[in-house]
Write a protein that binds this ligand. Structure first.
Ligand SMILES: C[S@@+](CC[C@H](N)C(=O)[O-])C[C@H]1O[C@@H](n2cnc3c(N)ncnc32)[C@H](O)[C@@H]1O
Length: 236
């Protein structure tokens, strides 16, 4: 098996993908139900955390998630965290125009970044945590996200996942492949599958829900699951 991409290689690819992650209407077309999941998460965050004043978007890309959140929870103070400075700048410009409160940019790797303690009402992490590798990294990052939330705050994740029963993965990969061919063509499917092979090390939905409970979330819930993608979250 080829070694997975380094953080630097991942950063470089995303530095050159700003346009692809800056369209709220199409969302991330490599992923199934990405626009629906974004809307579900924005609505769920507003319902679970109705008095929210602040949000941290981990792996914000071009800012699609915060733009959607602002439709349901207006004037939030926004902190954007990403490996890629060009992504952060695009997200800042779009979020500024949408009428956010204060905007703070954090350039870095979520594994290393200082995101503080009891600081945010809402956290979102879309299509980013699948870059974590060993279990120890998953455990440390989930604990860090929990600590960064205020009591009563909520964390929302949309991501590529594996199945808990490994024998089921081939079926889910096939469904994802069928979607990519239908959405674009077989070449797009092969490109996206190549990125996943090189860059991603996703974990099952059940693994992540258990991890959320074990780091302290008092309730966890699933908003949507389709093939290799799930939207889910929890309240501190
Ligand atoms: C697939 S894009 C998703 C962007 C956005 N969340 C969305 O759903 O539209 C992943 C983003 O996460 C960033 N990223 C990848 N690994 C990261 C890490 N370890 N820490 C912080 N950001 C990371 C990338 O630079 C990229 O902008």
């Amino acid at each position: 098996m080829m070694p997975k991409s380094t953080v630097e290689q991942i950063k470089e690819r995303f530095d050159n993908s700003v346009e692809r992650f800056s369209n709220s209407d199409s969302g991330n077309t490599a992923q199934m139900d990405s626009v629906m999941s974004m809307t579900l998460i924005a609505e769920a965050a507003a319902l679970a955390t109705p008095q929210a004043k602040s949000v941290l978007d981990v792996g914000c890309g071009g800012g699609n998630y915060v733009l959607k959140l602002l439709e349901y929870s207006p004037a939030l103070d926004v902190t954007l965290l990403d490996l890629s400075q060009p992504m952060l700048e695009r997200a800042r410009d779009r979020v500024q125009q949408a009428g956010a409160g204060t905007i703070t940019l954090l350039q870095g790797d979520i594994r290393e970044a200082d995101i503080g303690q009891e600081k945010y009402d809402i956290l979102v992490a879309s299509a980013v945590l699948h870059h974590l590798r060993e279990d120890a990294e998953w455990e440390a990052v989930f604990a860090k996200l929990y600590q960064a939330l205020k009591s009563g705050g909520s964390l929302w994740i949309y991501d590529l996942i594996e199945q808990s029963i490994p024998e089921l993965n081939a079926t889910m990969h096939r469904l994802h492949g069928d979607y990519l061919v239908q959405h674009q063509d077989a070449a797009f499917r092969d490109t996206v599958f190549g990125w996943i092979e090189m860059e991603d090390s996703p974990r099952p939905l059940m693994y992540q829900l258990d991890l959320m409970r074990s780091v302290g979330f008092r309730t966890v819930d699933v908003l949507h699951k389709h093939s290799r993608f799930a939207a889910f979250g929890g309240v501190k």
